[in-house]
Write a protein that binds this ligand. Structure first.
Ligand SMILES: *Cc1c(COP(=O)(O)O)cnc(C)c1O
Length: 441
């Protein structure tokens, strides 16, 4: 099998900016056939898979099958569907466990990202007055995660102003692992961080952070929404205590589809406090007894009946990622973002283009997207791109996020994006865009 031509960021002084080179990279891409299994929105170059991944033929098939099973089986689907609904959450959790280096029963499909943060922090935040009372997070975190942490603190009678520490960022884009570790004091009971900063795309060194937290007697969990399906993880080997991640970004399961949670098996004895009947041991769930006997697995943290229709697409989409192999997905993702960064340096950094790469340049420190920053007019340029059928997203005040996704984007997509940006600025096309912002950017 031909190896992809992969240039490394450290030894490429000049980038081949020709279209023919992009085509050649595509020809040599071992994952290129997967693109044909996705529904690419007509007439667009879709580069927003870090916000909402695309529908595949495989995911469509598993979703339609679930609908048909409801139609033909009714309630019998709980045990008789091809993938029985009663075990659906555990079965898909077992498959997803392979992507994050976990054992089958340490991962379950349940709830949604933020709900799962609540469910796990309720069990893992155990303040011990007067010593360890604080939660450590970061100031670049996704708002929902911080809202959940604040709510959990208030539920325990703690004061977020006192008890939630946010690691500051020196440059507004990235976090320094050293600075995080320096704040792991003996007042901190729990650390909760994103694997990837959603704006800059920086990937944190999870293993190092876990080691530092554990050396200080601190429990540590991660939100891996921006890395699951793009970056391999090794939760068990690293000793991560718990984690959550969504399934609608790089896992392509559809808008608002169910999320995952991971609990390291040494914590299976902890009590799921946001308890619900789907966390019961299966054999006893339908005894309808009033004493809660949780499953001794991640499944114990389920609350409600799994949203079968809302997550049925995941069965197909997860199968695609497993078929491609997370290591090959990561290798292509790194090559795509490397190529994009090279093209930006070569073709978009000088005046009048003035783009700056806001994402770490070392491949090991970034996930699947690249943040293109521009001090002026970034919003209107992002709209001009959309008007040309190129779909990135925009994060205030000045970041255009671009995610070339390994399973369905090509090197030629990346090349075209860069040429569109040049043309927009050459023609001052963005100046015709009204400055008001859309509700969803
Ligand atoms: C995408 C994402 C979320 C979304 O939360 P939902 O509960 O799924 O709406 C939360 N946190 C992070 C870090 C994310 O990347």
């Amino acid at each position: 099998m031909p190896q992809p031509v992969r240039r490394q960021y450290w030894d490429v002084p000049n980038c081949d900016t020709s279209e023919a080179y992009a085509r050649r990279l595509d020809d040599q891409d071992p994952l290129r056939a997967f693109r044909e299994r996705f529904h690419l929105p007509a007439g667009t170059i879709y580069l927003d898979g870090n916000s909402l991944g695309l529908l595949s033929v495989d995911a469509e098939r598993s979703l339609l099958r679930a609908l048909d099973e409801w139609k033909t089986l009714g309630i019998r689907g709980w045990l008789e569907a091809q993938s029985p609904w009663f075990y659906f959450a555990e079965n898909l959790g077992a498959k997803a466990a392979q992507l994050v280096g976990a054992e089958a029963d340490e991962v379950v499909l349940t709830g949604t990202t933020t709900v799962n943060i609540h469910a796990l922090v309720a069990s893992f935040y155990r303040p011990s007055e007067p010593v360890r009372t604080k939660i450590l997070a970061d100031e670049l975190n996704f708002p929902s995660d911080i809202f959940a942490l604040k709510g959990q603190l208030k539920l325990r009678g703690a004061d977020p102003a006192q008890d939630l520490l946010l690691v500051p960022s020196a440059d507004g884009r990235t976090l320094d692992e050293e600075a995080i570790i320096a704040l792991m004091t003996d007042e901190v009971q729990l650390v909760f961080l994103p694997s990837v900063l959603y704006r800059s795309g920086q990937l944190l060194d999870i293993e190092r952070l876990v080691q530092a937290a554990h050396a200080r007697g601190i429990v540590i969990g991660f939100d891996c929404s921006h890395s699951a399906g793009a970056v391999p993880h090794h939760f068990d080997a690293w000793g991560v205590d718990f984690a959550v991640w969504c399934s609608y970004k790089y896992l392509n399961a559809g808008p608002g589809s169910s999320a995952f949670l991971y609990v390291n098996r040494r914590h299976f004895t902890r009590e799921p406090l946001l308890a619900g009947w789907f966390g019961c041991v299966k054999e006893r769930q339908f005894e309808m007894a009033l004493d809660f006997e949780p499953q001794a697995s991640a499944g114990g943290w389920q609350i409600s009946s799994p949203g079968i229709l809302g997550s049925a697409a995941l069965e197909g989409s997860l199968a695609i990622t497993l078929e491609a192999g997370i290591d090959r997905v990561r290798a292509k993702s790194v090559a795509l973002t490397e190529y994009l960064i090279d093209l930006v340096d070569a073709q978009l950094s000088a005046s009048p283009y003035n783009f700056v790469v806001g994402t770490p340049r070392e491949p090991a420190r970034r996930s699947g997207h690249v943040a293109l920053e521009r001090r002026e007019e970034a919003y209107r340029i992002s709209v001009a791109l959309r008007n040309r059928g190129v779909i990135p997203d925009f994060r205030k005040p000045d970041v255009i996020r671009v995610a070339p996704v390994a399973l369905y984007n090509s090197y030629h997509d990346v090349w075209q994006l860069v040429q569109h940006l040049r043309q927009i600025i050459d023609d001052r096309e963005h100046e015709a865009v009204p400055p008001a912002q859309d509700l969803i950017t």
